[in-house]
Design a protein. Structure first.
Length: 370
């Protein structure tokens, strides 16, 4: 039996070598993406098409490799940190500290961002400086206050680990590891991190039995209504947080919502988007974060300066600082919303319906090294 299987395997290797040689002659440039088992990303109903890079289609092998790499501590200079050290699954892949601590105990200046539904984003980081996940994945490895390694060392370590060369071969057709394929594999894994199974989703999709409580319903109304100083206490949240991946939920708003100043500060020590564009009008503008899984994503904002859900609601009730670049949709800035305790409670209750426990506990996304 064993022998038979072996000769069968040998025969099929022979066959694939033949086919391969044949292909080579006919089409000398075999794209690396022809390796691996194609994987179709399930895009939830109402979501936009996934943003998959043409040179990096998803495969079972690539996703699996990406997951191992996401949790691989050997990628950091001293071997103590992986991506998963700052992006913790049960915290919606953000960090529990306001600003993340890198391998040397040095504090960064920004809060780690939650990671989910990234397949629907077209820029990354608080200031949007990376345009693809492939490119983004290599940045923290080399960042001196994050993983503080150089890519050549990271690649050499993986190459020397007997586990990785065959995994790279299965995913990309070559057991010679490159930084490019490292970035591609991590990006593939990240694209599978889809969160679309909160109570909110089931209510919006009219799933049988799914309804908001009265309190949640009132919070939903606050989230989706405008502030009017003459007695309308709306939160204006939907103007900015009807983000790309949930646009169908709150309506499509036809604005470029990429980078916004929400009046978090009167003076910004981190200038945000202006660091990239050099424009004064971009000071204090940051990528609008998702409100999904907000119950677990604290502390909040680019600098982690808002510690919890109560203080978040307190900030939006205060209305924001009158910064010259503050967005016109921060309509209560300088006036305040005057929410009473019941309204604050209702908004909090609604925000908790955005928790996707299935995502937070999904073992397909957990550390595979354990
Ligand atoms: C020391 C903590 C730390 C480590 C380790 C780390 N990150 Fe991050 N991550 C951050 C911080 C902080 C930000 C925001 C940085 C910024 O905006 O400048 C971020 C942002 C991101 C984003 C952008 C998300 C978005 O919505 O735009 C992605 C994707 C990401 N990290 C993936 C990774 C991957 C992949 C690794 C491993 C190769 C990794 N991170 C390692 C702290 C970390
Ligand atoms: C004018 C646009 C705008 C409005 C209106 C707005 N936000 Fe925001 N929100 C932002 C921006 C921009 C950030 C990031 C700012 C930063 O980090 O400096 C943010 C950050 C957040 C965060 C932090 C998420 C994280 O991962 O750190 C939460 C939660 C949030 N907003 C919820 C709300 C709620 C609830 C409302 C309504 C009461 C609201 N927002 C209204 C633009 C807006």
């Amino acid at each position: 039996m064993k022998k038979h299987a072996k000769s069968l395997a040998l025969a099929s290797i022979g066959l694939s070598v033949l086919v391969f040689a044949q292909c080579r002659e006919d089409a000398p440039t075999i794209p690396s993406q022809s390796f691996g088992t194609p994987y179709t990303l399930e895009v939830p109903a109402g979501f936009p098409p996934a943003n998959i890079q043409p040179g990096n289609p998803l495969t079972e092998e690539g996703i699996k490799l990406g997951r191992f790499l996401f949790y691989e501590k050997a990628l950091s200079g001293d071997g103590t940190q992986s991506c998963g050290s700052c992006h913790i699954q049960e915290r919606a892949f953000t960090d529990a500290t306001a600003t993340s601590v890198g391998i040397n105990g040095t504090f960064g200046t920004r809060k780690a961002m939650p990671l989910f539904n990234l397949a629907f984003h077209d820029n990354f980081f608080w200031d949007g400086r990376s345009l693809t996940l492939e490119e983004q994945a290599l940045v923290p490895i080399e960042d001196p206050i994050e993983m503080d390694n150089d890519l050549a060392t990271a690649v050499a370590r993986l190459q020397a680990n007997p586990m990785y060369p065959p995994m790279f071969k299965a995913a990309f057709g070559s057991s010679t590891i490159t930084a490019e394929n490292l970035g591609k594999a991590i990006a593939q894994f990240e694209r599978t991190l889809i969160s679309a199974n909160s109570k909110f989703d089931s209510v919006i999709r009219l799933q049988t039995g799914a309804t908001f409580t009265e309190l949640e319903q009132r919070g939903y109304e606050l989230f989706t209504s405008d502030f009017d100083p003459n007695g309308g206490f709306g939160g204006d949240c939907f103007h900015c947080h009807g983000e790309r991946e949930t646009a169908y939920l709150f309506g499509a708003f036809g604005r470029d919502l990429q980078f916004i100043n929400n009046g978090l500060k009167a003076v910004y020590s981190d200038e945000g988007r202006a660091r990239i564009t050099g424009k004064v009008e971009d000071i204090g503008k940051f990528k609008v974060p998702s409100v999904r899984n907000v119950e677990f994503g604290f502390p909040f904002m680019h600098d982690g300066s808002i510690p919890n859900l109560d203080s978040l609601i307190g900030f939006y009730n205060f209305g924001g600082h009158l910064h010259p670049n503050i967005d016109p949709n921060m309509k209560a800035a300088g006036i305040g919303r005057n929410w009473n305790a019941g309204q604050k409670q209702a908004l909090a209750a609604f925000l908790r319906t955005l928790s996707d426990y299935k995502f937070l506990e999904d073992t397909a996304f957990s550390d595979p090294h354990n």
